[in-house]
Design a protein around this ligand. Structure first.
Ligand code: DHB
Length: 390
């Protein structure tokens, strides 16, 4: 038995991109169906990054029930640490904008609740097998639902917002991976710990031992990362070894330690798919691109894609005007490559690569000095970090 549903936009993936797109479409009066292979609980509890650009916050705050302003924390700056000293970059005075620390899984709880309250057709536990008819005006998603039945979703447009292992991407680029890549010779060891904050603001620290990032979550839980070998087994270090690795990388700050309640190793990759659209099938967010985590551009870039796509679908589906969809990829890629550059720049400037020569190390410190000792340099970083206007 195959259940067939008909909608205007079939959205694969109930992450930030898919859920926000369904919200923007619903606001414009365009019906959609959202499916995700994960359970609601998995979506709402997976720990990801936490920094939202000003434009992302403004969009989310306008959604009924959003807690971004009440549970999230505004951050007006970051500290860049190197050669044993910290240098603060003040965002409002340089750009008139700030960022907010509000973890991605909290964003997702808000979005899932708002979409369900709005009557959204949102289905969990649905595994997509294939996307058909990209070159027709009625593409379809073929999937297996949570009860093991075949589900066919026929739509005017199919959107893949299904993350870096996207099953929609092959329908757009012709293969699982087709795109431009960069791998990095390091990863981040990330922890969540039960401790008070060690710093009011985020510290991005470069030391001879490598990079560390001191971030926060709440008054009682903190998130921290340190540069490690991509092959490192997260279970292989004792808590004492983890604290020692972190503390050595932030020499000017005394870390407040506490029990480590979660640990993971995050691999670094840059990727941009060869194309974002084929006919009536589009990919957005991590399905279309991946950035290394330094600078927290991932979710923000997904939001920027979706803002452009919602306008394009509005044109196509409400006014019969395909021009914005035809130019969607070209316009989205301008910001994607700026964010790729920003993430690559923050990463390479702050990390010590195993193959770095003495020249590379000293040049990178010179680069950090060029940023912190110049208002133009600070402004360049602050503009990228707080996000270019949407
Ligand atoms: C966090 C992650 C990042 O990649 C970053 O640049 C800043 C903050 C975080 O998880 O808090």
């Amino acid at each position: 038995m195959t259940a067939t549903v008909r909608t205007r936009v079939a959205i694969v993936g109930a992450g930030p991109a898919g859920l926000l797109l369904s919200h923007l479409l619903a606001t414009a009066g365009i019906e959609s169906v959202v499916v995700d292979s994960r359970t609601r609980e998995q979506i709402e509890t997976t720990i990801r990054a936490g920094i939202l650009e000003q434009g992302t916050v403004d969009l989310l705050a306008a959604i009924e029930g959003s807690r971004v302003h009440t549970v999230g924390h505004r951050h007006d700056g970051i500290v860049l640490g190197f050669e044993g000293s910290g240098h603060r970059i003040d965002f409002p005075s340089l750009t008139g904008r700030s960022v907010w620390l509000y973890p991605q899984h909290e964003v997702l709880k808000d979005l899932v609740a708002a979409r369900l309250a709005g009557g959204q057709d949102l289905r969990f536990g649905v595994t997509v097998e294939a996307v058909e008819g990209a070159d027709t005006t009625s593409p379809a998603v073929v999937a297996t639902d949570a009860e093991g039945r075949t589900l066919r979703i026929e739509a005017d447009v199919v959107v893949g917002a299904d993350g870096s292992r996207s099953v929609v991407r092959p329908a757009v680029v012709g293969s699982r991976s087709g795109g431009r890549f960069r791998e990095y010779p390091f990863a981040w060891f990330g922890i969540l710990c039960e401790a008070p904050p060690s710093s009011d603001e985020l510290i991005y620290s470069r030391s001879d031992a490598g990079f560390a990032l001191i971030s926060q979550r709440s008054e009682t839980v903190q998130r921290m990362y340190f540069q490690c070998d991509p092959e490192l087994d997260p279970a292989s270090l004792s808590e004492a070894q983890i604290w020692d690795a972190l503390q050595r990388r932030v020499p000017g700050t005394v870390l407040r330690e506490g029990p480590i309640i979660q640990r993971d190793v995050l691999r670094f990759r840059s990727f941009v798919a060869n194309d974002l659209r084929r006919g009536r099938v589009v990919i957005v967010g991590d399905a279309a691109h991946t950035v290394p985590p330094t600078g927290a551009k991932g979710m923000n870039l997904a939001v920027a894609d979706v803002v452009l796509l919602a306008e394009a679908l509005d044109g196509l589906l409400l006014r019969g005007d395909a021009s914005l969809l035809d130019t969607f990829a070209e316009r989205a890629l301008r910001r994607i490559w700026k964010a790729q550059h920003f993430s690559w720049w923050m990463t390479t400037m702050l990390h010590v690569a195993p193959e770095d020569s003495e020249f590379d190390r000293l040049r990178e410190v010179g680069e950090l000095r060029s940023v912190v000792e110049s208002e133009a340099g600070q402004t360049y970083l602050a503009e990228g970090y707080t996000g270019w206007p949407l």
